[in-house]
Design a protein around this ligand. Structure first.
Ligand SMILES: Cc1ncc(COP(=O)(O)O)c(C=O)c1O
Length: 479
């Protein structure tokens, strides 16, 4: 069926580009799919470093499942519950599940915030939760402000089917990409200038792609900003259990509890077990709102994306096991911290730096010194070399709407130790070769310069080395 036919036969949503899949973030995944790395079957394939998956503690979950066969309705020990569970379809969810997940949410946040099981609304992953909350809070054409860089999936989850817009709050490396009041105000004013109604702010804490947590002051600034403007604050806290270093995690729930003047009706949390527990396939998403009307509406909408009762039943037991969750969260943080340490130390050996971070499943890698020019085109040119020649799928900053070219997100928790080492070796070899080629080129350039230029110009190049130096060691070497 041709494109033109499609646009007549199908809906605007079906034929528009709002899913956001036509971007470098997803192109990287496709490159991996075409040629996936396997240590023995395809050792020269593309290593997947563009997927924020947490595979480091799945062994602990497997062990728990083996030790608790009664938790599953598909075992001899648990099948007695089959009928009851398979028949259950109330959109409130199993009370035991809501209680267990509320408790787990508290624990992942250092037990400094309280979560009421009656406010827990289910959804198909955080993906579904984002869309549901957008449907509840904004009309088509209205907007949410969002700090950059941000998770590319939001363009699909929050915007595509709802028609809600996302407008950037520009953050940059001068203050480690922190959200400031000035940046918030500028984004708000900009929307007003363009006659766009702002309905809220969508923040991610800890940040994907930065791997940093928001400090208490920044969160307080956000909460007072939305109160002043009488708009909403949606906090995606999907990475809250991955905080492995100081400063610790502060949930927006703590700020709300501490501030008696805060209008709670404006604050909503999105959560999921995809990252903290490492089970994205279970599709467990949560909308937690302090607003009664939003809880009621989101619950009605949750009929479109409930969590299977089989999954709820299993998780009610697992997350209700206090000893297990305490051990799991501590061990997960330890393993994440160790993997990050090894990874960043390996990069440092060839002079590559990452933004200082304390959470998440990725690093925000600074490849600005390797760009041919400070442009999006140069960033994408470098990214293509890394995908096609170095065979690593990493994600360019542009796909996260980063306003500074040269940053890349690299995921490190979706692979084993050997693959991590292999990825590091590839990066190091690439940088060594690139630097050597750049040196060689510079030498030849200088020689040619000395032979061809009158003495006066030679003196100039010594006084002002940048004037004559080749622009990018890396890209020149690789092409
Ligand atoms: C910030 C953020 N929100 C939401 C999601 C979607 O998560 P889920 O798998 O629970 O749908 C992701 C996935 O990477 C994410 O990084």
């Amino acid at each position: 069926m041709g494109e033109q036919n499609n646009s007549q036969l199908l809906s605007r949503v079906a034929t528009n580009d709002g899913h956001g899949e036509n971007c470098s973030y997803f192109d990287g995944w496709k490159a991996y799919d075409r040629d996936p790395f396997h240590s023995t079957r395809n050792p020269n394939g593309v290593i997947q470093m563009g997927l924020a998956e947490n595979q480091l503690c799945l062994d602990l979950i497997q062990e728990w499942i083996k030790n608790n066969p009664q938790a599953s309705i598909c075992t001899d020990d648990g099948v007695a519950y089959f009928k009851e569970i398979a028949n259950f379809q109330d959109y409130h969810g199993l009370p035991s599940f809501r209680k267990a997940i509320a408790k787990f949410m508290e624990k992942a946040r250092g037990s400094r915030a309280k979560f009421d099981p009656n406010r827990v609304v289910m959804s198909g992953g955080a993906t579904g939760a984002q869309e549901t909350i957008a449907f509840c809070l904004a009309n088509p054409g209205e907007a949410f402000l969002i700090p950059t860089p941000y998770y590319p999936g939001f363009d699909r989850d929050f915007r595509w089917r709802t028609g809600v817009q996302l407008l950037p709050i520009h953050c940059d490396s001068s203050n480690k990409f922190k959200v400031t009041l000035d940046a918030l105000e500028a984004a708000y004013q900009n929307a007003q200038k363009n006659n766009i109604t702002v309905k809220g702010v969508l923040a991610t804490n800890p940040s994907n792609p930065l791997g940093t947590t928001m400090d208490r002051d920044t969160l307080t600034t956000l909460v007072s900003f939305v109160n002043r403007k009488n708009i909403h604050l949606v906090c995606d806290e999907i990475f809250s259990g991955t905080v492995f270093d100081k400063p610790g995690f502060v949930s927006v729930a703590e700020i709300v509890e501490d501030d008696p003047c805060c209008n709670r009706d404006l604050v909503h949390i999105v959560y999921s077990l995809s990252k903290d527990l490492g089970v994205p396939g279970f599709r467990v998403g949560i909308i937690y709102s302090f607003n009664d009307a939003v809880v009621a509406c989101a619950r009605r909408m949750s009929s479109f994306g409930l969590i299977s009762t089989q999954t709820q039943h299993l998780l009610a037991s697992m997350l209700g096991d206090d000893e297990f969750t305490t051990k799991f969260l501590a061990e997960s943080r330890r393993r994440l911290s160790e993997r990050r340490r090894i990874f960043t130390a390996g990069l440092k050996r060839v002079g590559i730096r990452c933004l200082e971070s304390n959470a998440g499943l990725f690093c925000w890698m600074d490849l600005r010194p390797l760009l041919k020019a400070k442009t999006v085109e140069a960033e994408l040119e470098l990214w293509r070399v890394i995908i096609n020649d170095v065979k690593l799928n990493i994600s360019p900053g542009t796909s996260f709407h980063c306003s500074e070219p040269g940053w890349f997100r690299v995921c490190f928790a979706n692979m084993d130790d050997k693959t991590t080492e292999m990825a590091l070796t590839r990066i190091r070899t690439f940088v060594f070769r690139a630097n050597a080629a750049a040196q060689e080129k510079k030498k030849r350039w200088n020689m040619a310069l000395r032979l061809s230029l009158p003495r006066r110009f030679e003196d100039m190049s010594i006084m002002s080395p940048h004037l004559m130096s080749p622009q990018s060691p890396l890209v020149h070497a690789a092409t």
